[in-house]
Write a protein that binds this ligand. Structure first.
Ligand SMILES: C=C(OP(=O)(O)O)C(=O)O
Ligand SMILES: [Mg+2]
Length: 579
């Protein structure tokens, strides 16, 4: 029976897991200082500088701690905070208000920081809007130093709890002690906010964006947070508590089981080996890739290097990023995809002409072959990095062989130039293509003669085959990875590659889909590339499957007339296999 006071909230499941504990309510300070004039602006400016120096020392300590706890990549956020503390637009503006307007330091800080925050929040760019949280964090820290009060209290938590807050700043999150903070719930935030990203690195369950109702949760209130579903149960009934305790035991047991598979190869029950790789969008993702036992990177979406900034990244900058990824992967295969811009991914600073149908327009390889200098810069950076690991270069959106030939010609030219300049380049770089345009799948036999490998991009292949925009909810019913039309294309691609002795991977979302994996394994897919968190569950599944049996099911599956029948078949078959 449900307790009368039980309340249920829902939010965004930002980091998976289940936590059951009493709440600890973090009351954040929304201190607004008064606009009082001061008599001695010089002494006031000095007081501000001292507060900034203490804040700097605190941030340096937090950066070092974060580096130890979750790695250098995550600690970079505090580098950004330290830079803010030295940013003349912020600091000089505050000192000017103190010096010229005799404004007290607290009010000068409040006024200037708020102006910054409002400006960032008004930007039509998610990354810039997210920077507002950094300014809020740094100015909050400075304000506490000026007032001589402690800045947030998360590091002082010393009993197991679920932390409840309006929002958590990156520095709050970095200071959480996972021994005590079993999970956190915030009123605002998104899956991509820094606190959500850090929660995933720390493996703390997190639910963000739970709404203002979470503000009523007081310290000491019993909470169940189910960060699988994104639900929070406040004051659960005894029955719910018992049920969730059992679920948590099962969840933890499964997590431990999966962890044991970390360093194991991916081998089916009948001894067939495949590779499970990870998709990444930046170096930030590497920590998770390594923590989840990836056997390589199957897709590095390099376009994110070009986005959220004011100008193109230089060859040097790109070289360092690619080199870093190759080195961190320590000789494991790393497939880096050349720029895939266009469609839904825009680069405002490139001022590309508006198109009436961008997904069918000058996108990806088409744009790169049109803007050859842009492409050549990336190819040079890749070639230079190639000696630092096992690089494979992949071209996106290839529709016809002529595009692949032209891209390979440019790559060859840049390689020859580099060698003439005495720059070393690896001699064993494989050059492959994404198969994501139906024309490429249908002519895979021809392309297989000229590409070293294929990686099937089902996200686009499905949208182009079904003529259904991958982002349009109204046609989402057509977005069917296991529809026979898609499976037939996939099989054609695998068979065509096999005839030429080439390997085939898949880097669309379908590769990590538990219902699709048995079918793909049976068809002979060699590499499955997915988000890092899907790797261990996929490895666990494949270890229980017989590749031979699923290969024998392929014809029957391909003769079925709907995704529903194929799903039903796979579910029933795996249930009986595992019984
Ligand atoms: C992996 C793919 O590329 P993206 O999602 O980046 O378009 C795909 O299309 O399946
Ligand atoms: Mg794609």
């Amino acid at each position: 029976m449900t307790n009368k006071t039980t309340k249920r909230l829902s939010g965004i499941a930002a980091s998976p897991g289940i936590a059951i504990a009493k709440a600890f309510r973090l009351r954040q300070d929304h201190y607004v200082p008064a606009d009082g004039a001061i008599a001695d602006p010089v002494a006031e400016a000095e007081r501000f500088r001292e507060a900034a120096a203490v804040a700097k020392a605190e941030l340096e300590a937090i950066r070092a701690m974060t580096e130890r706890k979750i790695g250098a990549a995550k600690a970079e956020i505090f580098e950004a905070h330290l830079l803010l503390l030295e940013d003349p637009d912020l600091i000089d503006a505050i000192l000017e208000k103190i010096g010229q307007e005799s404004m007290n330091a607290e009010y000068a800080l409040h006024e200037t920081a708020q102006g910054f925050i409002d400006l960032l929040l008004s930007m039509d760019n998610e990354l810039l809007r997210a920077r507002a949280a950094d300014v809020r964090d740094v100015s909050g820290r400075l304000m506490s130093r000026l007032r001589g009060v402690s800045y947030a209290a998360v590091s002082a938590i010393s009993e197991p709890c679920v932390l409840v807050a309006e929002d958590l700043t990156p520095s709050d999150t970095a200071q959480l002690n996972p021994d005590y903070v079993l999970g956190f719930v915030t009123e605002i935030g998104s899956r991509t906010s820094h606190s959500a990203i850090m929660a995933r690195s720390l493996e703390i369950p997190a639910i963000v964006g739970a709404g203002t109702e979470a503000a009523d949760i007081e310290t000491g209130t019993m909470i169940i947070m189910d960060a699988e579903q994104g639900s929070v149960i406040v004051e659960p009934s005894d029955e719910e508590l018992t049920a969730y305790q059992a679920r948590k035991v099962e969840y933890d047991r499964r997590k431990d089981e999966l962890r044991k598979l970390m360093d194991q190869p991916t081998v089916s029950q009948d001894g067939h080996r495949v590779e499970l790789a990870a998709n990444i969008g930046s170096v930030e993702d590497l920590q998770k890739v390594l923590a989840n036992g990836a056997e390589g990177i199957g897709l590095f979406r390099t376009e994110f290097l070009y986005m959220g900034r004011a100008a193109l990244p230089s060859e040097e900058e790109q070289f360092h990023v690619y080199k870093h990824v190759l080195e961190r992967m320590e000789g494991k295969p790393v497939v880096i995809r050349t720029l895939d811009i266009g469609g839904d991914k825009e680069l405002p600073y490139m001022k590309l002409p508006a198109e009436s149908n961008p997904f069918l327009g000058l996108r990806a390889i088409r744009l790169c072959l049109d803007r050859q200098e842009l492409f050549r810069t990336q190819l040079r950076a890749l070639l230079r990095a190639s000696v630092h690991g096992q690089l494979k270069i992949m071209f996106p959106m290839i529709a016809v062989a002529a595009e692949l030939r032209e891209a390979k010609r440019l790559l060859r030219e840049e390689k020859e130039k580099l060698l003439r300049e005495g720059v070393p380049v690896s001699e064993s770089i494989e050059v492959g293509i994404m198969v994501e345009v139906p024309a490429a799948a249908l002519a895979a036999d021809m392309l297989a003669k000229e590409a070293d490998f294929f990686s099937i991009g089902t996200n686009d292949l499905i949208q182009y085959t079904m003529a259904a925009d991958r982002m349009n909810e109204n046609v989402a019913y057509l977005y069917q990875p296991c529809h026979p039309s898609i499976l037939r294309l996939i099989r054609m691609v695998i068979q065509a590659a096999a005839k030429e002795g080439k390997w085939v991977g898949m880097c669309g979302e379908m590769a990590g889909d538990q219902t699709a994996i048995p079918v793909l394994l049976g068809m002979g897919l060699h590499e499955f590339s997915m988000s890092a968190s899907s790797i261990l569950p996929a490895r666990a599944l494949i270890k229980r499957l017989s590749q031979r049996d699923w290969a024998a099911h392929t014809e029957q599956i391909l003769s079925m007339d709907s995704q529903e029948s194929i799903h039903a078949f796979v579910n029933q078959q795996t249930r009986s296999d595992f019984a």
